[in-house]
Design a protein around this ligand. Structure first.
Ligand code: ADP
Ligand code: MG
Length: 329
């Protein structure tokens, strides 16, 4: 049994996950190490297909049925979810973490009013806590939660059906429903990508405030470095199913070490103030059914060395930054 640090809400070691596909086995995550402190906010960034969603889903055991935990452990609040029964996982998830997605409408039931759905969630928590359900009290709590997520006119909104709400309102309802369960961890997978810029900024602001007020841990998954920069204390950069670098957000933005992180940061003019000179990364994302040998980034890396094609780099820590690249030893 591996020892866990009480301060970590998530502790992933050596996690490899594959998907069964008609073309063969697709190695979506390769030997991932990832930790999240209680109360910490981390952004997971990387191109589409780099494994961000798979990593998020693996933490709450909500992977697609064709996914397979190959090796490694995933400690959520100290318990290895790869070793728990479906029932135990559901219990742990319900009391510990909740996940919101890009398309929150899918999370809500389209044929039930918001109040009905929120009351159901509260009822299940009461059951979990062994308390007697009191409808009036629960209703007041539901309205309060909508107020907590800064929902204007919560008393009216709660009586609506999901299709009667705007994208921003739906995302707030989903966050409020998540908060009903008093989670320690919120995993948000591109939660603002479908929203227009103003609403996106409001939802990000809300999540920052909630993290602060509730001391929640947040994993924010995004392909948008600007969003990651605005919400996280630490950034984890993924490429082709591997973590290349993990560092304090400001450090990463100012002084990325891994060649892929450097290119990613350099391509964002508003962060680097490089006046819009877009340093597109040469080459294309690898075929995940047959990923490159050695360092998966080596075919696109401007600093590639002979060893990069033959061996997989291990992670080294340099001034608080964890980087997986032969340039650093
Ligand atoms: P991201 O969220 O960074 O875009 P994903 O975790 O969704 O990346 O995907 C990682 C890799 O796994 C991609 O190559 C993707 O095509 C593949 N993948 C994701 N889900 C499935 C699935 N259910 N079945 C087969 N392959 C999948
Ligand atoms: Mg994704």
């Amino acid at each position: 049994m591996q020892s866990s640090d009480e301060r970590d809400i998530v502790d992933i070691r050596g996690l490899t996950i594959s998907y069964r596909t008609v073309y063969g086995t697709l190695a979506a995550l390769n030997s991932i190490d990832f930790k999240l402190r209680r109360g910490e906010s981390v952004a997971i960034v990387g191109e589409s297909g780099s494994g961000k969603s798979t990593l998020g889903l693996s933490i709450v055991h909500l992977l697609a049925p064709n996914a397979n935990y190959e090796t490694g452990s995933v400690l959520l609040d100290g318990k290895d979810i790869t070793k728990l029964s479906t029932r135990q996982v559901a219990q742990l998830r319900g009391s510990t973490a909740f996940m919101i997605f890009q398309d929150p409408l899918n999370t809500l039931n389209p044929v039930k009013r918001v109040d009905v759905q929120m009351l159901e969630a509260i009822r299940s928590r009461y059951k979990f806590e062994g308390k007697r359900f009191n409808e009036e009290q629960a209703y007041a709590e539901a309205v309060q939660k909508l107020n907590d997520v800064r929902m204007p006119d919560a008393e009216t909104i709660i009586t609506r059906y999901p299709h009667q709400l705007s994208g921003g309102q739906i995302q707030r309802v989903v966050i409020a429903m998540g908060l009903l369960m008093k989670p320690k961890l919120l995993i948000a997978d591109e939660p603002t990508s479908a929203l227009d810029v103003t609403i996106q900024a409001q939802v990000l602001e809300l999540m920052r405030e909630l993290q602060h007020e509730l001391q929640m841990s947040i994993i924010f998954i995004t392909h948008d470095i600007n969003v990651a920069h605005s919400i996280s204390e630490r950034m984890v950069v993924m490429y082709a199913g591997e973590v290349c670098e993990s560092s304090g957000t400001e450090t990463l933005v100012k002084n990325a070490l891994h060649p892929y992180s450097k290119a990613l940061i350099a391509s964002i003019p508003t962060i680097t103030k490089s006046e819009g000179k877009l340093n597109a990364i040469a080459g294309s994302a690898p075929d995940m059914l047959a990923p490159p040998s050695g360092c998966r980034f080596h075919p696109r890396c401007p600093y590639v060395m002979p060893i990069c094609a033959s061996q997989s780099p291990y992670t080294i820590t340099k001034d608080g930054t964890e980087v997986r690249c032969f340039l650093y030893g």
